[in-house]
Design a protein around this ligand. Sequence first.
Ligand code: ADP
Ligand code: GLC
Length: 503
Amino acid sequence: MPRKTSHSPLSVLFITPEIHPLIKTGGLGDVSSSLPSALRQLGVDVRVLIPGYPQVMSGLKNKRRLVDLGPLAHFPPAALLSARLQVGDSGEIPVIILDCPGLYQREGGPYMDPSGHEWPDNALRFGLLSRVGAILSSDASPLKWRPQVVHCNDWQSGLTPAYLNTHRGKRSATLMEIHNLAFQGVFPPGSVAQLGLPADSFNINGLEYYGQMSFLKAGLYYSDHIVSVSPTYAREIQTSELGFGLQGLLSGRRNQISGIVNGIDTLEWDPSSDPHLNRHYSLSKINNKSANKRSLQQSLGLTVDPDILLFGMVSRIAHQKGSDLLLQVAPHLTRIPAQLVILGSGEPALESQLMQLAKNYPGKISVSIGFDESLSHLIEAGSDCFLMPSRFEPCGLNQLYSQRYGTPPLVHATGGLIDTVVDCIPSTLSDGTASGFLFQSMNPNNFLAGIRRVSTLYRDKPAWRRLQKNCMSKDLSWRVSAESYLEIYRSLASGLPVSQTVA
Ligand code: ADP
Ligand code: GLC
């Protein structure tokens, strides 16, 4: 139950296309359970709206039918169910399931079929999610519960503010959160009518985007406030380099954009109790970390050597994540000498180049293609250093997990990586703030120079220990960031301007 506060409890509808541990393709899945959970601990009455994919229907027990939704023009029949999701030890989140078998009951992922092709009816799938989010956030809702604020996440709920804009009665305040501006939900112009949106919204001042319609642009245009997942990324998206064509709209709304870094679920990501590890460790028992390195080397067929520097990486295999840069640098890395473990899935061409790389360096480089929650935890724990050469990174969670696991990250200086990793130089190491390594521009030489810096410090055992301890002592929880969301919700709910939070 939400904690009682002196303020009346705020009600928030949090709309998401994925939620850990039921269905997850990336960090949004993690944030969609850990942030609502942290908000509930602050007394916010937050409920999560999610499509009824098979993983959601079978993963949630005790479902209760709330209401059949009357015929919603253009969409197949749907109903709302309620359930509760247990999040680690930290409590339960109330979930509203949008049950629409015609759109969601099928094998595959949330966005793609099992062979990796986008679902052809994604506009309808997420159009319905957005539409129902809007209904629940207005006086047309069939439920008694009414949110004061509707919190939309990424393009999949980007149309909610556009639908609410057409509503004549009472409606909730809208917050549009950008987790990644690269994914925009762009569909042909005919989708506007198909989704029941007014023809005049297909406008540069509306949801038109270079002749197509964009779900995300709709959300950014019509929402009352915008949040992105780090202060640096919130600035970067206002530039032509990282604005994906939306920089004009975003810089025009700069006074209504906040940047708030993600926190992590510190119970789920805790090396002293992580069920995916055979050997637990903590700040005071950090020597036990090396048993995880041995398990990792053994299980992946790398030469078992406690002293060799072991780099780890877990990510979508994509241009964004710098997988191409890694391919160029990896052969040089082995000569440091060092080992490399990669877990990921994504672009087929990059996947096969990475698999070839592993074949070329047996015992030194391991590549696992696929999505493996358990192995991802072991890589965080068993590696010495975690790699994130992301071309851009809105926030990033893996560099946070790795710090918590005493595995300092080496990251490209961009977006949320700048805001969450403090470069290790003599002054930051001695004042206790250093928590990893940054390299400045996205080229192989700089990345390799970063790898050499890591190697040099790794050989200085006392200095390396100090760095690990700094990492493990950091507060990476939602404590501060959840308060920032609360502050924004309060302003939105009372119709006041939002002070520009950066946390
Ligand atoms: P993004 O959301 O851009 O992919 P983040 O760093 O925010 O990047 O979050 C990625 C999340 O997905 C992390 O929890 C990470 O561990 C997880 N992840 C990514 N790829 C895999 C994989 N192949 N197997 C297991 N977990 C993965
Ligand atoms: C996105 C971003 C990532 C961020 C995550 C959760 O997928 O690429 O940087 O951490 O969303 O906000």
